[in-house]
Write a protein that binds this ligand. Sequence first.
Ligand code: NDP
Length: 246
Amino acid sequence: MQSRVALVTGGTGGIGTSIVRRLARMGHKVATNYRDEARARAWQAQMREQGVEVALAPGDVADAEQAAAMVREVERQLGPVEILINNAGITRDSTFHKMSVQQWNEVIATNLNSCFNVTRPVIDGMRERKWGRIVQISSINGLKGQYGQANYAAAKAGMHGFTISLARENARFGVTVNTVSPGYVATDMVMAVPEEVRAKIVAEIPTGRLGTPDEIAYAVAFLVGEEASWITGSNLDINGGHHMGW
Ligand code: NDP
C-alpha cells in the first residue's frame, strides 16, 4: 500500500479520532487541526501511547484564512495533502422559529463553508499530481431532515451538492470526491442529547443501537483506498438501517 498524506479536520473529536487512528494504522501520514493547543497536545500524547503519530496544525475551519494557513502548516510538516476528510462539525440546535442568526451562521460556517475553506487550498495540488481523495462527513439528517436542526440539515445537505459537483470537475484528474452520512454515533455530540430523546432515537434504529466511531472510520478508509478509484460522487449511508432509500 502506498503511504499518503492525509488531513482529517476535527480529528480530535469522537469520529475524527477513529478516522485518524485508522488512516495512520493503514500506513498514512496523518494530520489534524486544533483550536485549543493544550487540549490538542494532550490528545496527541494519548494517540502516541496507542502507537499513532499525528501532526497538528492550528486553525478554525470556519475561517478561510486560518484554514489556508492550517493546510500550509500541514504541508510544511508532512508534504502535499493527498487525502482530505472534511469532518469538523458542530450543532446549534433550535426549532427554526426560535433560531438566531448566530446559530444559523455558526453551523453553516463550520459544517459547510469549511468544505470550501479547506478543500480550496488542496485541490490544485491533487489535480496536478493526478491523485486525490476527498470525503465529506455529512449526516443522516442532511438526507431526511430533523426537528430542531434546520441549520444543520441545510449544511449537511449542502455537502452533497458540493461533493457531486467536485466529483464531476475532478474525476478526469484522478481525484475522487464522496460523502459519508453517519446516523447516530455514540460521541459527545450525541451523548449531549437528553437521554429520553436518545432512547426514542435508538428505538427507531433497526439494529437497535447507536453506531460506533470505528464503524464510520471503516467506511472512510474504504473510500480513500487506492482500489476505490471508480467510486466518485457517491454517498455512503451508515446508520444501522435508520434511513434507507433515496
Ligand atoms: P465531535 O464534537 O466529537 O468533534 C468535532 C470535531 O470538530 C472536534 O475535533 C472539534 O474541535 C472540531 N471542530 C468543531 N468546530 C471546528 C472549527 N470551527 N474549526 C476547527 N475544528 C472544529 O463530533 P463528532 O465526532 O460526533 O462529529 C464529527 C462529524 O460527524 C461532524 O461533522 C458531525 O456533524 C458528523 N456527524 C456526527 C454524528 C454523530 O452521531 N456523532 C452523526 C452524523 C454526522 P474542538 O475540540 O476544537 O471543538
